[in-house]
Design a protein around this ligand. Structure first.
Ligand SMILES: [Zn+2]
Length: 419
């Protein structure tokens, strides 16, 4: 079994050795004497769990900078969806590779992905060594013919997923209540429950979605899903910015996971009063995501964390809101829990999805409070070394194949915009 020994690394305020055997953490002790296959010197480094990006559209790295500064619906209809119609497998593959590179560089070790050609995104993620959940994306615009095609393709992809490696899970991804019919939503939900897979959906993202739902169906988006019988602990709802007090209770009662995407919500002006405290207190598992690069422009979870913290403090006018340790849990452990993966903490028996932070830089000197330095002062460039499933994906900021990814992604992005 392959073993890695990380020596004298900072974990919170203490220094320890950490032994990884196979894909798990097998020992954490002051001093471990063992003949390991690989030794990492932890001097001037801190060890933390890798980040769990709980809502992303990986290959949208290709859309970075396209259709900026316009409203959400116009952005979707005039830019994103027409460009997406031009995507082919090669473009998605390189877009996803670029996303993997950025996620590794900024310390993300698992990604809850939702994008076209999920089997291609899966291949890109696995080649780069990343863990992911790949959603079968379903948009039918209330068209029965499209829904019928989706059923066939979803079932086919699910059958294929039974042969996937441990790194990748399958999920169902009905896009949103305004792009998927109620019949389809119920069918997808029944499928997800029968096969015990995640249902990943955008929910209550914008004021327009909220108001249209009340106009069309007489209830809020959350109540609409509740009335369809869809909400449960396998549901991961991205955004959930527009919620009534009853909605929050419904999400809590059903053990739904909600993913906060502060950068995307801020940039698309979807809303900023994310009800973190209320959701947590109602029993919702709140996770953190970046959303796609078309709306957040990067996949840096540390930036998303800083914005999440500052947003809570600002709109609540409470500097004690969203404290550091809680935010670490939201950005790592909660996301892993939502994806049913036993990682997100540095404990014996946990999967070795871990990152080393380089402390030899201005953000960490002095180091009165490590997590304050990490989240408020540093950004993703502080990540030095990344391990996922016990494998080193980046060491001392070097990732294999980076030059080719830059070159091919630029080429694919050019192909996308060429008429
Ligand atoms: Zn999204």
């Amino acid at each position: 079994m392959n073993s890695i020994l990380i020596q004298q690394v900072r974990i919170d305020d203490k220094f320890s050795d950490v032994l990884i055997e196979g894909n798990k953490i097998s020992m954490i002790f002051d001093s471990i004497v063992v003949d390991a296959d690989k030794i990492i010197d932890g001097k001037n480094k801190a060890l933390i769990p890798g980040f769990a990006n709980a809502h992303a559209h990986s290959a949208m790295t290709l859309f970075k900078g396209l259709g900026e500064d316009i409203p959400l619906m116009k952005w979707l209809h005039d830019y994103i969806w027409p460009y997406e119609a031009k995507l082919d497998e090669e473009m998605v593959y390189w877009g996803a590779k670029m996303a993997c590179l950025e996620m590794i560089r900024t310390g993300t070790t698992v990604c809850n992905d939702m994008y076209w050609y999920p089997q291609v995104c899966k291949r890109a993620m696995e080649e780069m060594g990343l863990r992911s959940v790949q959603a079968y994306v379903w948009i039918d615009f209330f068209d029965k013919g499209r829904a019928a095609n989706h059923k066939i393709n979803l079932e086919k992809m699910y059958r294929e997923s039974l042969g996937w490696s441990d790194l990748t899970q399958f999920s169902v991804g009905p896009h949103a209540i305004y792009s998927v019919s109620s019949d389809s939503l119920q069918w997808i939900s029944a499928f997800a429950q029968e096969h015990e897979v995640m249902l990943h959906i955008h929910l209550a993202e914008s004021q327009t979605e909220y108001e249209d739902s009340i106009k069309n169906w007489g209830v809020t988006p959350t109540k609409y899903l509740h009335n369809l019988g869809i909400l449960g602990p396998n549901v991961v709802a991205a955004h959930s910015v527009w919620l009534s007090p009853e909605d929050i209770q419904i999400l809590g009662d059903h053990g739904v996971c909600v993913v906060h995407n502060p950068n995307s919500n801020l940039k698309l002006a979807s809303g900023y009063k994310f009800k973190y405290d209320e959701l947590r207190d109602a029993g919702v598992r709140v996770c953190l995501g970046t959303d796609g690069c078309a709306s957040s422009n990067n996949l840096d979870m540390l930036e998303a964390m800083k914005h999440a913290a500052f947003l809570q403090k600002a709109w609540r006018r409470d500097p004690a809101a969203m404290p550091l340790q809680e935010l670490m849990t939201v950005a790592s452990f909660n996301g892993y829990q939502a994806m049913n993966v036993h990682a997100g903490k540095i404990e014996v028996g946990m999967l070795a999805d871990l990152i080393l932070i380089d402390l030899q830089q201005s953000a960490f000197v002095p180091c009165h409070n490590f997590y304050a330095n990490l989240i408020y002062a540093a950004n993703g460039s502080a990540v030095d070394t990344v391990l996922c499933n016990g494998r080193i994906l980046m060491e001392e900021k070097r990732v294999e194949g980076e030059a080719q990814i830059f070159e091919m992604t630029a080429k694919m992005a050019q192909k996308l915009i060429t008429p």
